[in-house]
Design a protein around this ligand. Sequence first.
Ligand code: PMP
Length: 298
Amino acid sequence: MASYYNKETILYLNGEYIKASEAKMDFYSQSLHYGYAVFEGIRSYKTTDGETKIFKAVEHYERLKHSALAMNMPYHWSAEELIEITYEVLSKNNLQNAYIRPLVYAPANMSFVINEASFIVIEVWEMGLFLGENLLRVMTSSFQRPNPKGFNITAKAAGHYVNSILASQEAKAKGYDEALLTDMNGFVAEGPGANMFCEKDGKLFTPALGNILPGITRATVFEICDEAGIEVEEKQITLEELKGADAAFFCGTAAEIVGWESLDDVKFTKNWNDTVSKKIQSIYKEKVTEAVFNTQEV
Ligand code: PMP
């Protein structure tokens, strides 16, 4: 198992910067028992001018707020203050290339009633640059994404991730790198922790919103397509169509952009290096480490 902290690691917990090894939480928390918590997955990068930049910081903290409100959790933090705190946590831990995990959780409560307060923790750990050089062998999961009529699926809620864990573990147990989940109607949806795109004849396709987490990296891919003049369309994609695509990739804050070798052992025929998907991967790589003065980021 990975080690996320050591004796020196500092985290932010409800107004205080404290040692991770000394942080406590309530074992009677509604979050622990029912998966009733919301969180974010954010990354910071050392930019080309040596500064630390949290990529899409505002977007992530706005989504955290959206997730909390969608779950009826009290929420009283501004994106601005949380961004400032996050830079402070990074600095206290001497980290530039990092993964940032804010989590909003509930007090002790074994019932289902709304709470009067929420708590927040912000943890950071080192994450090296760009992991996704190898193409993935992907398997269609036997698990589908949650029914949007059963969950507020635009929220990044802890409990939703039981579905992701089941799907990812199943794929790995069968010798694949990752799972692809369909939606409740059998159309292509997303990975356990990433959105997906496929490419056909130089054009990109991605599942429309409705059954997937509206990813910030997904939105960044649209931004890149717009800037690079690449055509992209949101539509319902069948597994059959996907298997006939030239290329496909996952995109997410942690995964960044990672190409697929095959789906259910059906190989994508086009050489990854000759795809527009690869071009998008390269532009994304440059974007995340772009010097701060070049961007709209806070
Ligand atoms: N779908 C799911 C289920 C996820 O967990 C993630 C990761 N947050 C994504 C998509 C991608 O979202 P983002 O690009 O905002 O990280």
